[in-house]
Design a protein around this ligand. Sequence first.
Ligand SMILES: *[C@@H]1O[C@H](CO)[C@@H](O)[C@H](O)[C@H]1NC(C)=O
Ligand SMILES: *[C@@H]1O[C@H](CO)[C@@H](O)[C@H](O)[C@H]1NC(C)=O
Ligand SMILES: *[C@@H]1O[C@H](CO)[C@@H](O)[C@H](O)[C@H]1NC(C)=O
Length: 274
Amino acid sequence: MRSRHHCFLLLLLLSLYALTAASLDACPSVPGLDAGACSVPTGEKNENLLSMRVYGGGRIVDITHRITPDLPSFDSKERLGQFLWLLLSMKNGSIANFSEIKLPAHTGTHVDAPGHVFDHYYDAGFDVDSLDLEVLNGPALLVDVPRDKNLTAEVMESLHIPKGVRRVLFRTLNTDRQLMYKKEFDTSYVGFMRDGAKWLVENTDIKLVGIDYLSVAAYDDLIPSHLVFLESREIILVEGLKLEDVPAGVYTVHCLPLRLLGAEGSPIRCILIK
Ligand SMILES: *[C@@H]1O[C@H](CO)[C@@H](O)[C@H](O)[C@H]1NC(C)=O
Ligand SMILES: *[C@@H]1O[C@H](CO)[C@@H](O)[C@H](O)[C@H]1NC(C)=O
Ligand SMILES: *[C@@H]1O[C@H](CO)[C@@H](O)[C@H](O)[C@H]1NC(C)=O
């Protein structure tokens, strides 16, 4: 019964979102954001008409990727594929449309909990529901990193991120290469090397680390970098952010994972507010 209730809640949220999107103007033009800001390379039918990227005259920018069947899946040649099924349909005489969803927990824009790479944390219940919303919400820096390197200690040092900054979203070559819009997973994405993660942990106050592809850790240092970040359980990793067409700078970030009991990852909705 529990899982049915969870499912219903998700569906309710999904339909509320659809209603809100439909009742607002699609793609308003916003100074400082280019016209393509709310269009998406993939997508179909009337979905794009209803798709929003900015709200409140540009004050709020959505940095969450839409979940579509074309999203890439970690370490897979296969795209996400179908994730939504209509169980009851008005076309078939039901009083309402009612869908069911099935998603890998680390789909699209998502968060990693400590249990992702530490089995004892997993067993101890450090799931996405245990993450600190204070870390996931507050002042944040969106920074561009050099495009010719992975995130090493040297690169981290060169960014001169001031002490006291607690949330940083790193925009990399991944955004330029539009990797989140490619159906096939690409192992050559930019991410943290172990020494870069270690430098950040030891020399900054950063507790929220955001990045623009499916993993904060470079493929070559996949597990070592995750271990360095998640060991203290103080740092939260948000991956797969949609960072194109947003000026670098200071914002307030708001990220909210789903309260999935026992899950070591969750899709997350993140927005920036100017
Ligand atoms: C209900 O589902 C049908 C598909 O059976 C779809 O065409 C229609 O737009 C949906 N209605 C609403 C209100 O979402
Ligand atoms: C509606 O019913 C028909 C016939 O049983 C079925 O083929 C179709 O898949 C159903 N559609 C939906 C959206 O449930
Ligand atoms: C980053 O590392 C990956 C392997 O994890 C590599 O394929 C890629 O070329 C590197 N990118 C840059 C810009 O050095």
